[in-house]
Design a protein around this ligand. Structure first.
Ligand code: PLP
Length: 375
């Protein structure tokens, strides 16, 4: 198998698994228990919290563990809307993940105003339109750092300043940025930042919300006193421990991983565009994370191409994994190009430092053949 779908999920690195394993086998106590067995599990969570906090430049107490980024996004937005109950507008962008857009659709049905700001053809948010949308009745802006389908990076620093000046809370979904770009919340006014363990070589079942020091917060799950009363429910200790180790590795290795993967991504992208006729890149003239390319294949149904590549043991995708069972093509490419057809033609290749040049050569060979078959 050649896996080029790392934005959907990543494997658990062996070093991460090694850190997790004892918390399945031996150290399986409930971290809320008062005995020393429980205390050890609690301490393991604390160590993980410090590591995740360090990855994004905050103090440990600013981290709330969740079971996914989806939960973190929902929690952040519901906390923000509750905190600003007189300001009832959420502003977001057209290329957000469904974990934000579907939350917005749900609250819109309950009377919250939602304004969706367009993106430019490059995939970057339209800053002028965004600035106009951030009116005094806005409670919160939710904007992703890096897009999961194109890798396009938004001007987060500038937008954070805009929100600060206008007293608007800022939620940033940094799931695809964490481990791929340096993140330091000490220098940035972000109220809620979402990350996910399984996108950075940690396990599934752990996400986190990093809160600003003065950010209003209301729990979404009520229960026991876990997470300092900010998220009820017994913690997924092995997953959190793995998240901590993965965060520590991502922080140490990120520059090296990015440099290595950028070379592989650029090799794949430039050769596809040069060697396969009728191909184009989605997300031109925009800063991007190093591992992602989104390529359109003229006149080809991307689902068919993805499945032909799958028959050759190559894993890529036509959009977000969470929406792969939907029949509508990528909302991200539609928002960028205004074209339903172009959205149908788009294939996402998302690589990691675990790929190599031989794999890229093999993907190119299979891709040429698959594209010919599709046409
Ligand atoms: N946000 C972005 C940008 C993502 O790419 C994803 C996963 O694809 C999510 C949120 C949801 O993450 P999780 O699977 O941890 O809920």
């Amino acid at each position: 198998m050649i896996y080029l779908d790392y934005n959907a999920t990543t494997p658990v690195l062996p070093a991460v698994w090694k850190t997790m394993e004892p918390y399945f086998a031996d150290e399986w106590a409930n971290p809320s228990s008062a005995h020393s067995f429980g205390l050890r599990a609690h301490q393991a969570i604390d160590r993980a919290r410090a590591r995740v906090a360090s990855l994004v430049g905050v103090e440990s107490r600013q981290i709330v563990f969740t079971c996914s980024a989806t939960e973190a996004n929902n929690t952040a937005l519901s906390a923000a809307v509750q905190a600003r109950d007189k300001k009832r507008k959420i502003v977001t962008t057209a290329t957000e993940h469904s974990a934000v857009l579907n939350f917005c659709s749900a609250v819109a049905r309950r009377g919250v105003e939602v304004q969706i700001v367009p993106v430019l053809p490059s995939g970057v948010v339209d800053v002028e339109a965004l600035s106009e949308a951030l009116t005094p009745d806005t409670a919160v802006l939710s904007m992703m750092w890096a897009n999961n389908e194109t890798g396009v990076v938004n001007p987060v620093e500038h937008i954070a300043e805009l929100c600060l000046e206008r007293g608007i809370l800022f939620h940033c979904d940094a799931v695809q940025a964490a481990g791929k770009l340096p993140i330091d919340l000490e220098d940035l006014s972000i109220d809620y930042l979402t990350i996910s363990a399984h996108k950075l070589f940690g396990p599934k079942g752990a996400g986190a919300l990093a809160l600003g020091t003065r950010t209003p917060f209301t729990a979404m799950l009520y229960g026991g006193h876990q997470e300092d009363d900010r998220r009820g429910g017994t913690e997924n200790v092995p997953a959190i421990v793995g998240f901590g180790r993965a965060a520590e590795m991502a922080q140490a290795e990120q520059p090296f991983w990015s440099e290595r993967v950028r070379g592989l991504r650029d090799e794949l992208e430039s050769r596809v565009l040069a060697e396969i006729p009728g191909t184009y890149r989605n997300g031109i003239d925009a800063p991007r994370i190093a591992n992602t390319t989104n390529i359109g294949f003229d006149g080809i149904d991307s689902e068919t191409l993805v499945s032909l590549l799958d028959q050759e043991g190559i894993c890529v995708s036509s959009g977000s994994a969470c929406l792969s069972d939907s029949i509508t093509p990528s909302h991200v490419i539609q928002a960028m190009t205004g074209s339903y057809d172009k959205a149908h033609e788009a294939v996402r290749f998302s690589l990691s430092h675990l790929n190599n040049s031989d794999e890229i050569a093999e993907v190119l060979r299979c891709l040429r053949f698959a594209v010919e078959r599709c046409r």
